[in-house]
Design a protein around this ligand. Structure first.
Ligand SMILES: CC(C)(COP(=O)(O)OP(=O)(O)OC[C@H]1O[C@@H](n2cnc3c(N)ncnc32)[C@H](O)[C@@H]1OP(=O)(O)O)[C@@H](O)C(=O)NCCC(=O)NCCS
Length: 176
């Protein structure tokens, strides 16, 4: 699929942001961002595994030649699992994650699609982003994160959550 400029225009003389499919040669840059933004970064092998899945949608956002964000989504049966999304520190809060998600929905090309993800309960920024995108918390995975034993919130974005119900979310148990 072709490259498209889909993010808001950056300030000053910075090159426009463009988003395209993530490719194996991008992975060294992905790893560098991953290590800057996550306390427990994915390994190279984890990215290689996700990229090897034919049915996934893996995207990268670039400012010129520099990779500044990425998104990894895998399809399991009828459900799309957002496995990873990150934006480099100096490019955060400029709409890049929003643009990566918009490009994901566009490529999935299915208004009935259901998306799910896990997020640390303490990650208020990401939870805020997902809620703004129409995701809703529908469960908890106790002590999901091995580094600190933190719980994960399980969030879904479905035709139902977009109109305010969890009816089409499997086993929905909204956290108290
Ligand atoms: C979460 C993350 C991907 C958001 O990327 P981003 O490009 O900065 O997000 P956007 O600019 O598209 O922001 C979209 C919304 O996210 C929320 N958000 C982003 N940064 C925020 C901040 N510092 N404080 C509060 N909310 C914030 C807001 O709702 C924002 O909308 P708004 O600017 O209209 O208020 C980025 O902060 C990141 O890479 N964090 C580290 C990795 C991570 O936690 N990934 C998610 C794992 S589940």
């Amino acid at each position: 699929m072709s490259e498209r400029t889909v993010a808001p225009a950056p300030p000053g003389n910075e090159p426009p942001i463009h988003i395209r499919a993530l490719a194996y040669p991008d992975l060294p840059q992905v790893i560098a961002v991953e290590r800057r933004v996550f306390p427990t970064p994915w390994s190279l092998a984890m990215f290689v595994l996700e990229l090897s899945k034919q049915s996934g949608v893996c995207l990268a956002a670039f400012s010129g030649e520099r990779l500044v964000g990425y998104e990894i989504c895998s399809r399991y049966d009828t459900v799309w699992h957002i496995m990873n999304i990150a934006v480099d520190l100096d490019y955060q809060r400029r709409g890049l994650a929003t643009a990566l998600l918009a490009e994901l929905y566009r490529r999935v090309e299915d208004p009935q699609a259901r998306f799910t993800l896990e997020v640390r309960r303490s990650n208020a920024v990401a939870i805020h982003l997902y809620e703004r995108e129409g995701f809703r918390a529908a469960g908890t995975r106790r002590r999901y994160y091995q580094d600190n034993g933190e719980d994960a919130l399980v969030m879904w974005r479905t035709p139902g959550t977009l109109v305010g119900t969890l009816e089409d979310v499997p086993n929905a148990r909204p956290p108290q």
